[in-house]
Design a protein around this ligand. Sequence first.
Ligand code: HEM
Length: 188
Amino acid sequence: MNQVTEPYTFIARLLHWLVAALILFNGLLALTDEWWPEHYLRTVIDFHKSVGISVLLLVLLRILWRLTHTPPPLPQHLQSWELRLAAIGHVLLYVLILSVPFSGWLHDSAWKDASTHPMTLFGLVSWPRIGFILHLDPPTKEYLHHLFGTVHTALNYILYAVLLIHIIAVYKHERLDNVSVLSRMGFK
Ligand code: HEM
């Protein structure tokens, strides 16, 4: 039987799984955009932007929650290097889950057709572009659109790599150390 440690608050657990699921879904949606029929593509990309902005707002909420609620302590048996690595990994994950949607928003704000294609969240509420980018001259916007697109893609791949390490670390604690860190984030 695994040792079970104190869980995170319900809100922290909910935000953790919601953000994780939406990020994976949105990444898959964008990476498979070539598989969609031509006439659906604009709708798929608009949906990708709406999910992405929702993630941005949920991550801000999650960070606010994390800053105002002390998480339960990590299991006692962990070595100091493991605690340090876990802390670095978690900060890195927060930076990435914030910068992935933010770079998408920057990329979209520099799109040449942004002013004639206003953004709405799921077709319901209008959402602004980043104003100072929207008003730059066309060649600068073109350059930034390409640059932010490259950054958006690169940050996604870095996020997937860090996420993989995060999952391997959880597996190590569960299977090799026999301590259930997963139960801290679970709903059982
Ligand atoms: C959960 C957050 C997000 C994730 C995981 C994500 C993931 C991705 C991925 C994996 C790609 C494909 C990159 C490539 O194939 O090179 C992409 C493309 C793109 N993303 Fe995001 N993104 C997110 C948020 C956003 C946001 C908030 C916006 C804009 C408001 C946005 C706008 C775009 C655009 C315009 C593209 C290019 C789509 C195309 O033209 O095919 N993304 N995103």
